[in-house]
Design a protein around this ligand. Structure first.
Ligand code: 5GP
Length: 212
């Protein structure tokens, strides 16, 4: 994929969605498209790895004991219980990524999204949907990675999560990957043009203008 630049610096980009809406794939594609500027946040979880998932690539797969120890040691910037398992964003990578000037894209649930918003109100908050609830159900059963019980839990959770959509700034329908990628790119580019994100550029222009 072609290297692209958007011009955002040190911004958390939160992507939440009902399970099955395709947010993990999308977040990874965005991080790949803008690899000079955006890092994908690898979460920790106590859920068991699915087929093809690798420790340290998809998640850090921890025992519940270890996860709780990390909570006690303050090793998470946010954590939550989702579908009866613990999930959390490791603080060290999060902090270091932003400190280096990179943006961090996070595929996290609404509890995590709301917690990040409290700490980083200037972050970018995107809620992904499918066109219809039927499409979501179809995607969940087609991916064959979840039991019937787990799918049911995920649908119930989606009903709860959608109540929090107003905490987010944007909603994007994940129709075809390319269209969604283009829409999210457009959001990020528009965000990079916000006056509040361009203090330095504006200051320098003003100074330059004064000297004329
Ligand atoms: P899955 O088990 O399908 O990979 O993820 C289940 C849910 O947990 C998804 O909604 C996903 O966004 C969320 N999730 C993944 N990582 C994190 C995290 O670090 N923090 C929070 N709060 N949610 C997460």
């Amino acid at each position: 994929m072609e290297d692209k630049k958007i011009g955002l610096k040190s911004v958390p980009i939160v992507v939440s969605a009902p399970s099955g809406a395709g947010k993990t794939t999308l977040c990874k594609l965005i991080a790949q498209k803008y690899k000079k500027e955006i890092v994908y946040s690898i979460s920790a979880t106590t859920r068991k790895p699915r087929k093809n998932e690798k420790d340290g690539v998809n998640y850090y797969f921890l025992t519940e004991e270890k996860f709780k120890k990390w909570i006690d040691e303050g090793k998470f910037i946010e954590w939550a219980i989702v579908h009866n398992h613990y999930y959390g964003t490791p603080k060290k990578t999060f902090d270091e990524t932003l400190k280096k000037g990179y943006n961090i894209i996070m595929d996290i649930d609404v509890q995590g999204g709301i917690n990040i918003k409290k700490k980083y109100p200037d972050g970018i908050f995107i809620f992904l949907l499918t066109k219809t609830a039927d499409i979501l159900m179809k995607r969940l059963s087609n991916r064959k990675t979840d039991t019937k019980e787990s799918i049911q839990k995920r649908i119930k959770n989606a009903q709860k999560e959608i109540q929090f959509i107003k905490e987010y700034d944007y909603t994007v329908i994940n129709d075809t990957i390319n269209k969604t990628l283009n829409t999210i790119s457009a959001i990020l580019i528009a965000e990079s043009c916000l006056i509040k994100r361009n203090d330095l550029k504006i200051k320098s222009f003003k100074k330059n203008l004064k000297g004329k």
